[in-house]
Design a protein around this ligand. Structure first.
Ligand code: F6P
Length: 367
């Protein structure tokens, strides 16, 4: 009987609970045992009550719950070899040799490193008499499957990460609220949104709310001209009779000289050059909380189911898959390459090679 562990790791994202629910129920449906590992990789390192076998009814009602009910943590111990040794031992003790990890690129990289080290970890556990040969028999290979949970939608080779559309919806609702008060006072608002170094949330929110201007890291405006440009755009909108101004700034926005563009910078410009009564709203973690929208519940459920199938189909030679969605179809992509590509995009942006960043984002891997 296959024993499958599920972990949520990194920043929480709406839809993670739907993913855990789907994995638990698909595993049980397919005759496997499902284990929730609490507090991300920290639960694997600590073992004991942090690893809990889940029953069908344990995940009842989880579709509509925000955050992650099995917890998440940034585990310092798992980044160290001794932590991964403890994690490997706890897995064997619980009979688990397949892990489904729902998290961002950092969490998925950690998972694949764990898989690559697995034979060495087992060898060391035997040498140090933590485990015996007979205990590890049948557990020689670790299966890892990745689910991408992140509000940032920053993973290459999938169209949407679990949580991104919920966060986008929350941002749009918030901007709608801000619109009402901005309109009343004829004010300008600079709204800072999350996304780290990925402008997807900012750009999509800008389109969906009809914002006057959007700043994203992927398309840094000219350092010496962006001030004039935004002022002329906002001024033109005001001349046409618009009573409110909304500027959306991604938290990682930069100019062409790689200087950060902050909400404060933008506010100062609007006040000093255009004399607009301007306020800043930093949406913060409101963007990450709350229940998942239908789309995130759907992809989390379909991807969670597919993750269990991928575990059952995996062989020692199969590379770890990452479950994604491409053109409305659930897809399996090579996890290591997808994570590497995501990192390459970030490094191309850092080196100001925006054309390369864009073309890398469009890289296709066969399913
Ligand atoms: O990756 C998700 C995210 O919400 C980013 O958009 C943001 O930059 C970061 O996490 C915030 O992290 P924390 O919750 O640790 O402050």
């Amino acid at each position: 009987r296959k024993k499958i562990g599920i972990i949520t790791s990194g920043g929480d994202a709406p839809g993670m609970n739907a993913a855990v629910r789907a994995v638990v129920r698909a595993a049980i449906h397919k005759g496997c045992d499902a284990f929730a590992i609490y507090e991300g990789y920290e639960g694997l390192v600590q073992g004991g009550h942090m690893i809990k076998q889940m029953r069908w009814e344990d995940v009842r009602g989880w579709l509509s719950e925000g955050g992650t009910l099995i917890g998440t943590a940034r585990s310092a111990a798992f980044r160290e070899r001794w932590g991964r040794l403890k994690a490997a031992k706890n897995m064997i003790v619980n009979g688990i040799d397949a892990l489904i990890v729902c998290g961002g690129d950092g969490s998925l990289t950690g998972a694949d490193l764990f898989r690559a080290e697995w034979p060495g970890l087992l060898k060391e556990l035997i040498e140090t008499k933590e485990l015996t040969d007979s205990q590890i028999r049948g557990y020689e290979h670790l299966t890892i499957v990745g689910l991408v949970g992140s509000i940032d939608n920053d993973m290459s080779s999938t169209d949407a990460t679990i949580g991104a559309y919920s966060s986008l919806t929350r941002i749009c609702q918030s901007v709608d609220f801000i619109d009402a008060t901005a309109l009343s006072h004829s004010r300008a608002f600079v709204v800072e949104v999350m996304g780290r170094h990925c402008g997807w949330l900012a750009l999509m929110a800008g389109i969906a709310t009809g914002a006057d201007y959007v700043f994203i890291p992927e398309q840094p405006p000219n350092a010496s001209e962006w001030g004039n440009e935004i002022c002329s755009v906002v001024d033109a909108h005001r001349q046409k009779g618009k009573r409110k101004t909304i500027v959306i700034v991604c938290e990682g926005a930069i100019d062409s000289d790689l200087n950060p563009i902050s909400a404060e910078n933008v506010k100062d410009l609007l006040v000093e050059r255009l004399g607009l009564d301007t306020r800043i709203t930093t949406l913060g973690h409101v963007q990450r909380g709350g229940s998942a929208v239908a789309f995130d519940r759907l992809i989390a459920t379909m991807q969670g189911y597919d993750a269990v199938e991928a575990v059952l189909e995996s062989t020692p030679d199969t590379p770890s898959p990452m479950i994604g969605i491409n053109e409305n179809k659930i897809s399996r992509k090579p996890l290591v390459q997808s994570v590497a590509l995501t990192k390459e995009v970030a490094s191309a942006i850092k080196k100001k090679d925006f054309a390369r960043a864009m073309s890398l984002r469009d890289t296709e891997f066969a399913d």
